[in-house]
Design a binder for this molecule. Structure first.
Ligand code: C2E
Ligand code: MG
Ligand code: MG
Ligand code: MG
Length: 276
């Protein structure tokens, strides 16, 4: 409750909020040492084509906390974004992905696998973002055309001309860009006409109710039509059932990601899934 005692000084003291704040601070402190203690790991969620063949994966960060167990990125990425931690974590994720692409480039059957990396606004808005990604390609020897960068609608609009320049610079060397969670932000669609995009990811929020909910059906068909018209690739996220896959497929979606195929997996399991 917001009221403790009767004095005005303690009016806003809320033990529950206080403990949540303290909890976040402790978690943030733990996160600072997580990289060094090797508690972070990247998982790989398969992205499959119309024949069910794995063409690549989305790289998803996992934090194995010593006492809390697995902490969700939905919980700790925002924490990292509030501090500068996101820079070092983001760089580490990008390096991990590129190292893996290089390893696969020499493995039979794996050399065409793509990896999609989520990049936060706080990383992408750094003036040296492009240079640091190029540096990682040089360090690791990864083929830039196998790297996909996922951005969200709101972040590409923060500074549209800087965004366009950065995207163009990386697109020139082969990197592809996807808009993640498409259709869930509060944003203008104008950016679709002016940014060098490769892919739209249909958000799980739309996929979830397919094919039963008329409105989600219409919105999803609209997104697919938009992507086709603009010659963008599509990936549907959060595909959990055969009906969802079938509906998306018959409406022209050609790539899928979701628990119906596989959850995000540790490297060894992803490689097993891929070569099954
Ligand atoms: P996202 O990029 O939209 O990733 C998709 C999320 O949906 C992942 O959650 C994935 O595990 C989950 N998912 C995939 N298929 C299904 C499904 O069929 N059903 C359901 N219910 N969920 C599904 P996750 O791994 O918890 O990540 C949450 C968010 O955290 C990501 O959303 C992304 O925004 C962020 N994130 C994860 N890793 C990174 C990273 O390395 N860097 C940055 N900046 N953000 C990251
Ligand atoms: Mg994503
Ligand atoms: Mg998403
Ligand atoms: Mg998301």
């Amino acid at each position: 409750s917001a009221k403790q005692g009767s004095g005005s000084k303690t009016r806003f003291y809320d033990p529950e909020i206080h403990s949540q704040v303290r909890d976040r601070m402790v978690l943030e402190t733990d996160l600072k040492s997580a990289l060094g203690l090797q508690q972070l790991e990247v998982f790989y969620q398969p992205q499959v084509d119309t024949d069910g063949i794995t063409c690549g994966a989305e790289v998803l960060l996992r934090w194995q906390h010593p006492t809390r167990g697995m902490v969700s990125p939905a919980e700790f990425i925002p924490l990292a974004e509030e501090s500068d931690l996101i820079q070092s974590i983001g760089r580490w994720v990008m390096e991990s992905a590129c190292k893996q692409l290089f390893v696969w480039s020499g493995m039979k059957g794996c050399s065409n696998l793509t990896l999609a990396v989520n990049v936060s606004s706080r990383e992408f808005s750094q003036p040296d973002f492009v240079d640091s990604v190029k540096e990682i390609f040089e360090e690791t020897g990864a083929d830039p055309s196998l790297l996909k960068i996922e951005l969200t609608e709101s972040m590409v609009l923060e500074d549209i001309s800087a965004t366009r320049e950065k995207m163009q610079a990386l697109q020139e060397i082969g990197v592809g860009f996807a808009i993640d969670d498409f259709g869930t932000g509060f944003s203008s669609l104008m950016y679709l006409t002016s940014l060098p995009l490769e892919t739209l990811k249909i958000d799980r929020a739309f996929v979830r109710h397919l094919p039963h909910n008329k409105r989600e059906v219409i919105v999803t068909q609209g997104i697919i039509g938009l992507a086709k018209g603009l010659k963008l690739n599509l990936i549907a996220e959060g595909v959990e059932t055969e009906q969802q896959r079938a509906f998306l497929l018959s409406n022209g979606c050609e790539r899928f990601q979701g628990f119906y195929f596989s959850p995000p997996l540790p490297l060894a399991e992803f490689e097993k899934y891929f070569s099954r």
